[in-house]
Design a protein around this ligand. Structure first.
Ligand SMILES: O=C(O)CNC(=O)[C@H](CS)NC(=O)CCC(=O)C(=O)O
Length: 284
């Protein structure tokens, strides 16, 4: 009854200037489409990873002027593919800080959904790596689901994956697939990446698509790679390891129904009280 389709995750090493990054997504999207992909997804901040704040502010555009968004719309139309630009760093109206924004593009090249990353990576890692994402980016406040021909996509970005209740809320809002484009650090990737993403798939009974940045970027910043496609039962269907390229898997919406029938936990939310507090309803 349900139709299967092919989803591809592009894995890339985004450079500080946009032009080579556009070439990379164009070439890999065409390759993935030729290999049969119906939905192609790119990592977080596909358009630029620019460590220098001033340099980044000089390069970023409002979305209407962003060259990668324009190229992505042409590419979706040219190849007839659904294209998720996992995120672009873009200027935000009426704000000094940027938006870390995911765009879902239809095969007609239309922008059908946008999502601004909600959770900001403000973290000091043991190895001396330090990030203050909220200095540059304004956090979003709106959760987003978007309808694809094969089901409903819950759109998230990277560090969001650590906030399980967001994913549960998206699943309760009808999501059957979750996108988690990322630019993960190497130490946190080694320790947490596969486990967290498999957990999000298992607890929601959703497919998880996680296209990732990989390798060494400007000024020695390194990202973990391992773009993943995970089934609603928690099986890793594809892992891109560390190479630039893409991975692809066949997606069967019936597997969502099957996983949720085996373990119907998504329908078993219960209200509860914390000590000394009134009873609260976590989800409907
Ligand atoms: O900086 C940019 O240009 C765009 N933003 C990112 O790359 C963000 C913030 S630094 N990276 C993450 O959220 C990694 C999360 C992570 O690694 C974890 O949760 O362990």
């Amino acid at each position: 009854m349900s139709t299967t389709f092919k989803a591809a995750c592009i894995q890339m090493t985004t450079a500080r200037d946009m032009a080579p990054n556009i070439d990379t997504i164009a070439s890999l999207t065409r390759q993935a489409r030729s290999a049969g992909a119906d939905l192609v997804m790119t990592p977080e901040v596909s358009n630029m990873i620019e460590p220098d704040r001033k340099a980044q502010l000089a390069k970023v555009r409002f979305e209407g002027d962003d060259p990668m968004l324009a190229a992505g719309r042409d590419l979706a139309r040219e190849t007839g593919v659904w294209l998720l630009l996992g995120s672009l760093a873009v200027k935000a109206e009426g704000e000094e800080r940027l938006a870390n924004r995911s765009f879902l593009l239809s095969p007609a090249g239309e922008i059908v959904a946008r999502y601004d990353k909600i959770h900001m990576f403000d973290v000091d890692l043991a190895g001396g790596e330090s990030y203050r994402e909220s200095n540059r980016f304004r956090p979003g406040e709106q959760a987003v689901v978007a309808d694809l021909p094969w089901g409903r996509l819950g759109m998230t970005i990277c560090y969001d994956m650590r906030f399980a209740y967001l994913y549960r809320a998206l699943a309760h809002a009808g999501a059957t697939m979750l996108s988690v484009p990322a630019a993960f650090t190497v130490p946190t990737g080694r320790a947490h990446w596969h486990t967290l993403l498999r957990a999000r798939a298992i607890e929601t009974g959703c497919y998880v698509f996680a296209p990732a940045q990989t390798g060494e970027h400007a000024e020695g910043r390194r990202t973990y790679g391992h773009s993943l496609i995970i089934s609603p039962w928690g099986e890793v269907l594809a892992d891109a390891e560390e190479a630039v390229g893409f991975v692809m898997a066949e997606i069967d919406p019936a597997k969502v129904v099957e996983a949720r029938r085996m373990v119907p936990a998504l329908g078993h939310d219960r209200p509860f009280a914390l000590p000394g507090q009134p009873i609260a309803r976590a989800a409907e």
